[in-house]
Design a protein around this ligand. Sequence first.
Ligand code: G3P
Length: 226
Amino acid sequence: MKFLVDNADIQKIKEVYRIFPMDGVSTNPSILAASGRQPFDVLKEIREFIGEDSDLHVQVTGITADIMLQDAEKIRRELGKNTCVKIPVNEEGLVAIKELRKDSTARITATAIYTAMQAFLAAKAGANFAAPYVNRIDNLGANGIETAKKIQDIFEMNDFETEVLAASFKNSQQVLELCEYGIGAVTLAPDVIHGLIKNDAVSTAINAFNADFEKLCGKGKTMKDV
Ligand code: G3P
């Protein structure tokens, strides 16, 4: 399972990368707006940090397929070959996905997915990833985890190479359930990523080990000093 950071704050991205085994970065227009910076300034900074071989997912913003394709062209030109163009799955989005798929080198992430049918159609149209919004689906009174699992099953049953890139998470349990299911990728906000390993019991155990060692060898001593 690939792990992506869903954010455009370069300091937060660097801190997550320092600690966790990460595979890339995803953004959307709202995330870019939160940065308060010009989109391609911040995106180029992220690309430079993660390197040209890592996945960077960047969303088009147009309403028509034609504008989406123009956005896609600029995103790919400015941000390099491993940039996945995120296209929302409505009717115009499907037109754009089919058209962009004519270029076999294009990497396409179908996004704004709330139903398994959207994901099926996006995969059939040629998307490389499909991004169900787990927490937003839950907030509609449906089941985001079950939707993501169903999409994974549909892809397997239809021999699609499209991978699930689950997005919109609130907590570690949602992430773990998809780890157990072997989902292709998840993209997580920095606070959700830090929460994955936050555990008072672990901190207590580590502190007790260190205190016992200092009792034996002296304050501030570690194995390198003895
Ligand atoms: O990029 C789409 C998705 O990650 C949105 O997440 O937390 O805004 O529901 P969220």
